[in-house]
Design a protein around this ligand. Structure first.
Ligand code: SF4
Length: 213
């Protein structure tokens, strides 16, 4: 089964159980709609980074306090700030479906999440191969809200990426991203070749890794 379909099935909460034929057909339709309607865009900027002895991470004017991110960025010399969105059309697709057929809307939501993840992976591979030419290797993506990396860091991250202008991504007062199918993240770059799999630490067999998030 295609990776994106597997991911959508997982987001729908099937766990290890197989999805039924009707659900699989709806997933196929949802991906076809997304291929037509989604307008993925991304932006990235590379900064030098520094970790202080008292546990702060300094990236440009941003100062981050997070134990889990600190561990993941240990040994990194640069960090990629990354933002991506599927665009407003995807939100409208989900909205229209939720008025007409809630079950269909739930499936489109799951497929859009998988679609966005797939797009981010492709972009990360592209950024990673550029950085490899400089002898730097990417760690997994780390988004605000993960571990103890506060969701509030979305705001400075998006400001540093000028997300509103570059990819049309903004933040509401309650830290909701608009369009909703969007992601911001930090990606550490280290001179040590860890060969982190694109799927991140959860999919990595290196259980004793000191950078595991
Ligand atoms: S656990 Fe694997 S994916 Fe995570 S930082 Fe270590 S090597 Fe990279």
């Amino acid at each position: 089964m295609e990776k994106r379909i597997k991911e959508a099935v997982r987001y729908l909460g099937y766990g290890r159980n197989a999805a039924d034929e009707t659900t699989l057909a709806l997933i196929g339709d949802a991906f076809a709609d997304l291929e037509r309607i989604a307008a993925p865009k991304s932006v990235c900027r590379i900064f030098d980074m520094e970790q202080t002895e008292d546990g702060r991470i300094i990236v440009g004017n941003m100062e981050i306090k997070s134990t889990s991110l600190s561990r993941n960025l240990k040994g990194c010399v640069k960090v990629v700030l990354f933002g991506a969105t599927l665009g407003a059309g995807t939100d409208r697709l989900i909205m229209r479906a939720s008025v007409a057929d809630m079950a269909k809307a739930v499936i489109i939501q799951a497929c859009a999440a998988a679609f966005l993840e797939e797009y981010c992976d492709e972009e990360q591979i592209r950024i990673g191969s550029e950085l490899e030419k400089q002898g730097l290797y990417l760690r997994p993506r780390f988004s605000p809200g993960y571990g103890d990396f506060d969701i509030g860091y979305q705001e400075p991250l998006m400001r540093m990426l000028d997300c509103a202008k570059s990819i049309g991504l903004t933040l509401t007062d309650s830290f909701m991203m608009t369009p909703t199918k969007s992601v911001t993240a930090l990606i550490g770059a280290s001179p040590v070749k860890e060969r982190c799999p694109i799927a991140g630490c959860e999919a990595c067999g290196k259980t004793d890794c000191e950078y595991r998030r």
